[in-house]
Ligand binder design. Structure first.
Ligand SMILES: Nc1ncnc2c1ncn2[C@@H]1O[C@H](COP(=O)(O)OP(=O)(O)OP(=O)(O)O)[C@@H](O)[C@H]1O
Length: 240
């Protein structure tokens, strides 16, 4: 299977404190890979390394075989950060238009794609609304639409469904499943157990270490657990 993202013996230090401890993992093409862990476990730090925004103190990160930070790769993936980076005084359409222009999309394609991604996140009717009048959940969904605008084959999403109601959350997961079925590789961080359950594979993070990694079903079967929460508590306790 083709490795899209590879982390090789990654460790990271902030202010002389080791935040990430010797993580080795591989995300392969066409899977939804979840990073699950409590607040402060190191999910965002790992995501920043995968995107090339942060260089690890030790170890190497590769995306499509290129060592990060690679400008070439950074121009290609879709990224949704934990805090929304939107132009508040512009409409959603103007925001999307701006980001689409970065990717040199032609005018006709841009218009069609803007409508497509806004439909995916159920915001088509709010396309011409100024973003400062959007709710928190609407801003999250617009950020997701922006991450998808250029049809990337790798999408990295840091807590994409925070502040989004259960019905829309389900529709976003349906969309992620469609993208995955079309061969898109998706990396998603979450601290919500039932979302972790929806991933094809999971890495459970705690104190900057991967305490367990596998498919949700395998993780449960290995210790005879009925929920991912049980698995997390099990490995969290046996950790030294
Ligand atoms: N720039 C920084 N300088 C110093 N410490 C940092 C910095 N960024 C993150 N940390 C620390 O690294 C640890 C991991 O943070 P990180 O944001 O990766 O966790 P997380 O799992 O994403 O948490 P959350 O779910 O709350 O976003 C925390 O202890 C945090 O305080």
């Amino acid at each position: 299977m083709e490795a899209v993202v590879q982390l090789k013996n990654i460790s990271h230090q902030f202010d002389e404190r080791w935040i990430i401890n010797d993580i080795d993992m591989e995300v392969t093409r066409g899977e939804i890979f979840g990073l699950l862990g409590p607040s402060g476990a190191g999910k965002t730090t790992l995501v920043k390394m995968m995107t090339g925004i942060l260089t690890p103190t030790q170890g190497e990160v590769f995306v499509h075989g290129e060592k990060m930070p690679s400008l070439n790769q950074m121009k290609q993936y879709g990224f949704m950060a934990q805090s929304d980076a939107l132009y508040q005084e512009l409409t959603a359409r103007e925001n999307l238009d701006f980001f689409a222009s970065i990717y040199h999309m032609d005018k006709k394609k841009k218009k069609k794609r803007i409508e497509e991604v806004m439909d995916m996140v159920d915001l088509l009717q709010d396309l011409d609304k100024v973003v400062e009048n959007y709710s928190g959940g609407m801003k999250r969904r617009l950020s997701l639409a922006i991450a998808l605008i250029h049809q990337p084959d790798l999408i990295i999403l840091d807590e994409p469904t925070v502040g989004i109601d259960p019905v829309l959350r389900q529709s976003i997961w349906n969309e992620l499943n469609h993208l995955r079925d079309a061969g898109v590789t998706i990396i998603v961080t979450t601290h919500v157990m039932d979302e972790a359950e929806k991933c094809d594979r999971l890495a459970m993070l705690r104190n900057g270490k991967v305490i367990a990694s596998d498919t949700p079903d395998q993780l449960k079967a290995k210790i005879n657990a009925s929920t991912i929460e049980e698995v997390f508590l099990h490995y969290g306790e046996v950790e030294v």
